[in-house]
Ligand binder design. Structure first.
Ligand SMILES: [Zn+2]
Length: 190
């Protein structure tokens, strides 16, 4: 799926999880950064593509992207597997604990938001023709539904004109139906 769809699905997932499992405490920085984190998390699995937006933030990003792509040698391998998800979780946990001052920003919430974005990306990709190499390095791929022909083609009509708008309609509906819950969350922000 394209970046745009992944962004939308990550935001929908973050909103849904926040409503189902509201945080016990939240400050403004954590609130803002968790929204950005879900977005970044949703872009991480496709960092094996040189065109990925995340590389634009780095100097010589596209060059790095090409090298990185070379390391993965093929799109959708380690980063779209259970092993890759576990490794990225451990890596982000380590980095965030070193990087963030818990007095100002809650590393657990940021880590959770990043992983919500990451996992929402994998779930969305499961609906595409390519499927997911969940058990990488084994060559098996998984998809929903299991019959490949019934799945979505990345960047084509169904994704752009059905999945993308439906995701936003879903998010707006969820927000509308859970206003009270969301106001409660906004109220705990210090
Ligand atoms: Zn992907």
């Amino acid at each position: 799926m394209t970046n745009r769809t992944h962004d939308a699905i990550a935001f929908a997932s973050l909103t849904s999880v926040a409503i189902l499992f509201p945080p016990a405490s939240l400050n403004l920085l954590t609130f803002i950064f968790s929204i950005i984190a879900a977005d970044i998390g949703s872009m991480i699995p496709d960092m094996d593509q040189a065109g990925n937006k995340l590389w634009d933030f780095l100097p010589a990003g596209n060059f790095m992207g090409r090298i990185f792509k070379g390391v993965f040698y093929k799109h959708r391998t380690l980063s779209h597997s259970i092993l890759g998800t576990f490794l990225i979780f451990k890596f982000l946990q380590f980095v965030l604990e070193k990087l963030l001052n818990p007095g100002f920003i809650n590393p657990q919430i940021i880590l959770t938001a990043l992983m919500i974005g990451y996992i929402s990306h994998l779930v969305a990709d499961a609906f595409t023709r390519e499927g997911l190499p969940l058990l990488f390095p084994l060559k098996l791929t998984f998809g929903i539904p299991p019959i490949k022909k019934l799945r979505i083609r990345t960047g084509k009509f169904f994704e752009n004109f059905i999945v993308f708008p439906l995701t936003w309609i879903f998010t707006i509906t969820v927000i509308y139906l859970n206003q009270d819950r969301l106001i409660e969350i906004l109220n705990i922000i210090r």
